[in-house]
Design a protein around this ligand. Structure first.
Ligand code: AMP
Ligand code: MG
Length: 497
């Protein structure tokens, strides 16, 4: 009997259609001996790629860059960016290639990209490759983020290349196949604006509005509305990151998506013990991108987007500046309302009342002073009895001085009493917002070490399975819920490009 036919993906090319100046057409460089490490069949089905095709030799050939489907037109996108506050006029995809777009069963058009597929015209001396380490980190990071319900790029597949890349030492090479709603970044707008290429700024803005902000197409003043919406989506995203203790690590303008999705998982990390000033990234010596600075940095980045759009907002520059500032002013209230609503949900409060923000801040301050684990504190809070403090030990023991929690819990119980929600309902609601499992830095590191040192991908696969259901207790995987022991603690995270 004939093997069932497996249609190859039908890539579309709306970005390619923007034409000259937006990208460099470029082919991936083949690799020696590619093998799948991870394959995301559910995602393939969702985005309109036959998962059996992806798992086939043709699928492997695509993901490794060895042979692309006939419908692909690979290209490297150009962008600039403010890196740690300093303008870099041209970055671009130095180790990534966009293959095209797929339209999913849900009607959504998504970019499919290879990362680590060889040098491009934007490689700036880099090898265009990736070690298997960052591939493992990004795969796990993005899939865990998606499972938490936070907007993010996704990982469709990861392969080992059978080749070595040279970092501080030789390491096995890898390629990630990534899916995004958009790969346009704030830095893409900056690139054209700062060259004075007003025409391409307008073409890009129209393209992005057409594809991702369709409700604005017919609006007069749509560029200002666009800025406002990007501002809101970014505020929402940063609030969601912070509520799970996520630190992006390199919030440069080239790493901030125009559609409010988490993108570019480099030296990201999660808080274990709650300390708002934590910055793990090895390259971020001054803590520019620390957990508690992310809202401010996001606003700073959005101001760079606003600058790039000024000419489209109003012909009169000072009018444009004042209107853009009004749009940017939406950030703070939007962020604060999302963040505080989120904290309320994390504390098990169904509505928001005066004094709630102070109650939440009091808890966070005590967690900080007492080195309490952020994830476990909130998760275990869900199971506590709203009337009886006698069974608080599971949370108390997370605080260096348990009495510090006791004092807060008195106020918390008083506040719970106002709502009078049955404990079982509250526990269920809290468990749906307070994950039991996050991608703790030491776990990501263990998965990376096993991959690099032994080409052992089992730790990665197990983590991926467990983190796919972060809001379920999964007692058989309790070892993945606990904080790091002192000797396991990761002090710095690396891009390790
Ligand atoms: P990232 O730190 O991943 O956001 O990358 C910043 C810039 O450096 C982007 O333009 C990347 O494409 C480029 N880049 C990072 N790693 C490499 C590499 N190994 N080879 C070439 N370009 C790279
Ligand atoms: Mg980047």
């Amino acid at each position: 009997m004939d093997a069932p036919s497996r249609p190859s993906p039908d890539f579309k090319h709306s970005f390619h259609a923007l034409g000259e100046g937006f990208f460099a057409p470029h082919k991936p460089m083949p690799v020696k001996a590619p093998e799948f490490i991870m394959l995301n069949r559910d995602l393939a089905d969702q985005i309109g790629m036959e998962s059996d095709w992806l798992a086939s030799p043709e699928g492997l050939a695509m993901v490794s860059g060895n042979r692309l489907p006939a419908s692909a037109r690979s290209l490297a996108m150009v962008y600039g960016g403010h890196q740690f506050g300093h303008w870099v006029p041209r970055l671009g995809d130095g180790r990534a290639l966009l293959l095209g777009e797929l339209i999913g069963h849900d009607g959504i058009r998504r970019d499919v990209q290879l990362k680590g597929s060889g040098p491009t015209p934007y490689s700036r001396g880099g090898d265009g490759r990736s070690s298997i380490g960052p591939v493992v980190r990004e795969y796990l990071g993005s899939e865990a983020m998606a499972a938490l319900g936070i907007p993010t790029t996704r990982s469709l597949a990861a392969v080992s290349t059978g080749e070595e890349v040279f970092r501080d030492r030789p390491e096995p090479g890898g390629i990630l196949c990534r899916v995004a709603t958009s790969h346009v970044r704030i830095g893409t707008f900056e690139y054209f604006a700062r060259r004075g290429d007003d025409r391409r700024v307008a073409v890009l803005a129209d393209y992005v509005i057409d594809r991702h902000f369709q409700e604005l197409i017919a609006c007069e003043g749509r560029y200002l509305d666009f800025l406002k919406q990007v501002t809101e989506r970014t505020a929402d995203l940063v609030a969601q990151w912070m509520l799970v203790g996520f630190i992006h690590g390199v919030m440069n303008t080239d790493n901030l998506s125009i559609v409010g999705e988490t993108i570019d998982y480099g030296p990201f990390g999660y808080l274990d013990a709650f300390d708002p000033t934590t910055a793990y990234s090895y390259i971020d010596r001054r803590g520019r991108y620390a957990w508690n600075r992310q809202p401010m940095i996001a606003q700073w980045n959005l101001s760079r987007l606003a600058e790039s759009l000024l000419g489209l907002i109003d012909e009169n520059e000072s009018a444009a500046v004042s209107r853009a500032n009004q749009a940017l002013d939406h950030f703070k209230p939007r962020f604060e309302s999302r963040f505080h609503a989120g904290l309320n949900a994390k504390m098990g409060l169904a509505d928001v009342r005066p004094g709630d923000a102070e109650l939440a801040m009091d808890l966070l301050e005590r967690m900080h002073a007492q080195q309490a684990d952020m994830t476990l504190t909130f998760r275990r809070l869900g199971c506590l009895d709203s009337c009886d403090a006698g069974r608080d030990q599971s949370v108390r023991e997370l605080f260096n001085e348990p009495e510090s929690f006791d004092a807060w819990a008195i106020d918390w119980r008083q506040r719970l009493a106002v709502e009078n929600r049955p404990d079982a309902d509250r526990c269920k609601a809290m468990n749906a917002v307070n994950p039991a499992f996050i991608l703790r830095n030491h776990l990501a590191q263990q998965a990376v070490d096993a991959a690099i040192e032994k080409l052992d991908f089992e730790p990665m696969r197990r983590l991926n399975r467990v983190l796919g259901r972060p809001y379920e207790d999964q007692p058989e995987h309790a070892d993945l819920a606990r904080p790091p022991r002192p000797e396991e603690r990761v002090l710095h995270t690396f891009c390790g490009t």
